[in-house]
Design a protein around this ligand. Structure first.
Ligand code: N2P
Length: 387
């Protein structure tokens, strides 16, 4: 039987993604500057052995939009009496800027692979107390120990996904298979004002580079100049740069096509809980020139006010039933291997249809990497946004 989703290949691909080492975050399982640090030598808490007297009343989760099932947060509150307060951000760079400034008040953030590396280098993450993460064993070992945090000193895999094009098949009956649908201004003129690109200094120049036949990590100045020219020519035709509610705008018909994450596209198609109903005409494709694969991770901030509670919450998210329910709700891919068998057939079928790595798209997927030269993307993006 064909194994359509390359669950294992995810890890192997990721291992190949980058070279150049991140300095490891400092080892150990102390709580750094956390105010609710447990006394040294305190024994491990399993999910059932949580010291409730140590729990805070609130936990501050700084996350991407529509990236956690609210029912899970309610369940956590019922079980532990902790209210999880979610604030959202639109990009790794926005999150990092907030966290770098210090005293954000947030406990947990969700950086993508390359942004975990930034957090490790800048020492922004709290070393995890693995003795509290008794559900760690459910994680796919292929996805652990990646280049951006080789010991998983600060990061816990949360969800994986792809970046490509989501579109309405009623508006594009012939289908879409190329970034030309986003960058060829003659084509785009037919649906101007009804398309969006992600508001993202890596994803959006990356898409332009893919259209040009380059790696999305290409920093050669001539290639970047071409990518910048494409983005500047495209900009007046866009409804917006949007990383916040592409799901809703595709589902409602306000957009007919969008540069989008796979789960956002699945949400547009299936709807999202009580939030909005879906449009079954929406589909998702990795264009022939290629797209992005990424993995987002839970990191407790070094200055987390509620680090004990943050560990308890992460361990709760690692329960297979919770991880499955969450992946099912958001439409992304869970790194929790014991959650995979709990997923519905409907979601598995969509993964097979290209909302996850498959035989058909896997060779066209690339990971974003960062190094000294990738600050060029910040410069490019500043020019494009300001133009
Ligand atoms: C969902 C956010 C996806 C995260 N709205 C992209 N790394």
């Amino acid at each position: 039987m064909k194994k359509a989703i390359h669950w294992l290949a995810l890890g192997l691909l990721l291992a190949l993604a980058a070279c150049g080492g991140a300095p490891a975050a400092s080892p150990g399982n102390e709580y750094g500057g956390a105010t609710d640090a447990p006394a040294g030598g305190e024994t491990a808490a399993t999910d059932g052995e949580v010291d409730r007297s140590r729990l805070s009343g609130e936990l501050y989760f700084y996350n991407w939009s529509d990236y956690v099932d609210p029912a899970i947060l309610e369940q956590f509150q019922e079980e532990y009496g902790v209210e999880v307060i979610v604030d959202t951000y639109d990009s790794n760079e926005d999150m990092l800027a907030k966290v770098r400034a210090g005293n954000s008040g947030y406990d947990i953030v969700v950086p993508s692979d390359y942004a975990v590396q930034t957090m490790a280098i800048e020492d922004l993450g709290l070393p995890l107390d693995k003795s509290m993460l008794t559900n760690w064993t459910h994680l796919d070992p292929e996805l652990l120990g990646q280049y951006f945090d080789e010991e998983n000193a600060i990061s816990v895999p949360y969800l994986l996904g792809l970046t490509g094009i989501a579109y309405n098949t009623e508006a594009f009956p012939e289908g879409v298979d190329s970034w030309a649908a986003m960058f060829d201004t003659a084509q785009v003129a037919n649906y101007q004002g009804k398309l969006s690109m992600l508001e993202d200094e890596r994803e959006t120049p990356g898409a332009a580079l893919k259209y040009l036949g380059k790696s999305l990590n290409e920093t050669d100045p001539a290639a970047l100049e071409e990518a910048q020219a494409l983005l500047i020519a495209q900009k007046p035709l866009l409804a917006a740069y949007n990383s916040a509610d592409v799901n809703r705008k595709l589902a409602s018909g306000e957009y007919v096509i969008a540069h989008a994450w796979s789960g956002t596209a699945m949400q547009a198609r299936n709807g999202l809980g009580d939030e909005f109903s879906g449009n079954p005409a929406i589909t998702f494709v990795i264009p022939k020139e290629g797209g992005t694969i990424w993995m987002d991770n839970l990191v407790i901030l070094k200055d987390s006010p509620n680090a004990y509670t943050a560990h308890v919450f992460i361990n709760f998210l690692l329960r297979p039933e919770i991880a499955a329910q969450n992946a099912e709700y958001v439409g992304y891919i869970t790194p929790n291997q014991d959650a995979v068998p709990l997923l519905s057939q409907e979601v598995r079928d969509l993964y097979d249809a290209g909302y996850a790595p498959t035989d058909e798209n896997i060779d066209r997927l690339e990971w974003i990497v960062r190094d000294e030269s990738t600050s060029a993307f910040t410069d490019l993006w500043t020019v494009v946004k300001g133009d």
